[in-house]
Design a binder for this molecule. Structure first.
Ligand SMILES: [Zn+2]
Length: 268
């Protein structure tokens, strides 16, 4: 077993994967995480899991304490996080059930605490490439091994929610070049980077948010029912991919620079 635990942030059902599991409440100087931290073994690896929306889905996207979630995992020694995201699609090639490994995000959220450095300590980290390149290749290999349809690059637009977009908003977002839409993809990635943690999003398309200009997929606005139905269908696929990636984890010798993200980022 590798010594360093792996963090997973996602839907509460992932808890069922853990063997020899235990739950512990972790309090941080940034408040409490969304749920108790559920710890256990998956594929021989020590894993700490946080249910992003709470165990009873009590935290909507704009009320999640993203800082406490990342800080709790950091304090438990986690330096690698795989985060699962249900996403809506704006891209006619990305259809429900497809996995998406986003390589960029566009933030359209507001009012979320998106830094650990509110002063007097000030840092400016680079987020040109906001996701860990090594975890990305691990997830890509895992998706290929599992034979899953997937997309290696995508722009993830992160909206505030909790409502879905209007048709006009989706038209604008589509024309801007966004591929998929999430309500929770920000600010986890940047908070993880501020702590030097490798972070990668494993997205799965649960609905066609509003695919435009495509005869194959006319406008189909999202409904919560669509998302729930497809999320349930996606759950087994997500857990399978997580198991495959945790199986492969040991053999990976990560050479990314996430751990050095704060070097040169401090304002002296
Ligand atoms: Zn990394």
């Amino acid at each position: 077993m590798i010594d360093q635990p792996i963090g997973i942030i996602g839907g509460s059902g992932i808890y069922s994967l853990l063997e020899n599991s235990e739950s512990n409440m972790v309090t941080t100087s940034f408040g409490n995480p969304s749920s108790v931290v559920q710890s256990g073994i998956i594929s021989g690896k020590r894993v700490h899991f946080i249910a992003r929306h709470g165990l009873n889905h009590e935290f909507p996207p704009h009320k999640i304490n993203y800082r406490a979630n990342i800080q709790a995992l950091y304090e438990l020694g986690v330096r690698k996080i795989i985060a699962t995201h249900a996403v809506g699609s704006l891209n006619s090639l990305m259809v429900p059930g497809d996995f998406v490994l986003s390589n960029q995000f566009v933030n359209r959220t507001w009012g979320r605490h998106d830094t650990f450095f509110d002063g007097p300590e000030t840092v400016h980290i680079s987020t040109s490439d906001p996701f860990c390149c090594e975890l990305r290749s691990l997830m890509k290999e895992s998706l290929i091994s599992g034979g899953y349809r997937h997309h290696n690059e995508a722009v993830m637009l992160v909206i505030q929610g909790p409502r879905f977009n209007t048709r006009a908003e989706n038209r604008i977002y589509y024309n801007e070049g966004n591929d998929v839409i999430s309500m929770t993809g920000y600010p986890e990635a940047v908070l993880a980077r501020e702590r030097g943690i490798c972070y990668m999003s494993l997205g799965i398309v649960t609905d066609l948010a509003c695919v435009m200009n495509s005869s194959d997929h006319p406008e189909m606005p999202s409904s919560h029912e669509d998302v729930v139905n497809n999320s349930n269908a996606s759950f087994l696929k997500i857990t399978d991919v997580l198991k495959i990636s945790l199986d492969k984890f040991e053999t990976k010798n990560l050479k990314c620079t996430c751990i050095d993200s704060l070097k040169g980022a401090y304002v002296e």
